[in-house]
Every structure is written in C-alpha cells, then in structure tokens.
Design a protein around this ligand. Structure first.
Ligand SMILES: [Zn+2]
Length: 231
C-alpha cells in the first residue's frame, strides 16, 4: 500500500513562538457558519434534475428508457444527502458544550471517526477515518460532537487538506483549547477507480495547533495513540 504523507504546512519548531497562526489562515465564514445563506439564489429542483438528464445524454444514454426515468430525481435526492453540510453550522454543534473540565488536564482523543466526503476536483467520493484530539481549557464537548463536526465539513465538496484544516480551525475558534491535533487518512476514488487507478493507496493529512504544534513530544504521543503498535 502506498502512503502519501501530506502535511498541510510544515510544523513550526517549538522555539518559533511568533504570532499564533491557528485559524487565521481560513476565512471564518468557512468553518463558523452554514455555507449557504438562506437568501442565496439557487437553481430549482427541476433545473437540477434537468442538469442530471443533460449528463446522462452526454455519456450516451437514452434518458427516456425505463430504468432511467427516476434517475434524475434520485441523483438530486442523493445530492441533498451527500451535501447537507452546506446547510449546517459547525459552530452551532460545538457551542452545545458538555460542561467543565473538572480538573482534567490531558488531551481528549476520539479515534477512528469514519467519514465519506466528495472531492472538489471530480465530485467523486473519498472516505476514511479522522482522529481528533484537543486539550480542553474550560469547555468540553460531548464526544459525538466531534463526529458531527467532521460530518458537516465532510458533506461539502472538499479536499482532504481543507477538511483537516477546517475541523481544527472550528475546534480552535469555538472551544479555545490549549491545542488541537488532527490526523485524517483516506482513500480517494478519483485515484482508485479512475486516473492512475491505484487501489488501496492512503492519503494522510495532519494539522497541529497550540501545544501540539509547539511540542513535538505531544504530537508524538498523539500519533502513537492513533497509529501505535498496540492497535
Ligand atoms: Zn478528485
């Protein structure tokens, strides 16, 4: 199995204590709000179904044959499901915090959060697992919220790098933890069933902020819990 390691950006050495870059590289509207405004003009459902018919005709199909009559409707319904993240607000999910840390001072790790997303280059699925850790200061979220957050971003057109950065930025911004560590591993069908057609290749992306960015030992501890030999 090939493994493509793609760090989102080089980790700063621990002594480079300049300004805290964390979420500032992304536009907060990307990770703090629903991506679609209520007043944003959108094509009608019928127009979307017609567009699917156009694609069917383009590939050489007879759009009037029995088996395809309901296909445009089904495709648009599937899109509604696969892309529901455009209408969901990441900050809202995290703002429902669980409570106080009650003296807990280590990181919280949720491992193996399965997700499926669609690549923004081909609109083909990529899927895999996200591993998310954060070190709470005051606010702790229910563990399912990190999975919910992952799904909201995954149900938009994505690159794996962007997905990784957005999850980290949202947690940073809303929970204000001492640091966030994210590792995402995924297989991209645009690479496994088309293009170079290599099955089983995994792409890894990571993002470290705060104490994880500044302290390589903490990164290492996170990575060994996620990928260690005792798995
Ligand atoms: Zn792609």
């Amino acid at each position: 199995m090939d493994a493509l390691i793609k760090p989102i950006r080089p980790n700063k050495p621990a002594d480079a204590k300049t300004s805290d870059v964390k979420s500032s590289e992304l536009d907060p509207s990307e990770f703090m709000a629903a991506a679609v405004r209520a007043d944003q003009p959108r094509p009608s459902r019928a127009e979307a179904e017609d567009a699917v018919k156009t694609l069917l005709a383009y590939i050489g199909e007879n759009t009037f044959r029995e088996g395809l009559l309901d296909t445009p409707r089904r495709v648009v319904e599937a899109y509604d499901e696969l892309y529901q993240g455009y209408h969901q607000c990441p900050a809202e999910v995290l703002n429902r915090t669980f409570g106080e840390t009650a003296g807990y001072d280590d990181f919280v790790l949720v491992r193996d959060i399965e997700f499926t997303s669609q690549c923004e280059h081909h609109m083909m699925p990529f899927y895999g697992k996200a591993h998310i850790a954060y070190t709470p200061v005051e606010r702790v979220v229910g563990l399912s919220k990190l999975a919910r957050l992952t799904d909201i971003f995954a149900r938009r057109l994505q690159t794996q790098e962007h997905l990784t950065a957005q999850i980290a930025a949202a947690i940073d911004e809303v929970l204000k933890p001492r640091g966030v560590a994210i590792l995402i591993e995924a297989e991209h069908t645009c690479m496994s069933v088309r293009g170079v057609a290599k099955h089983g290749a995994s792409t890894f992306t990571s993002r470290f902020t705060g104490m994880f960015r500044d302290n390589p030992a903490e990164q290492q501890r996170f990575l060994s819990l996620v990928r260690g030999p005792n798995r």
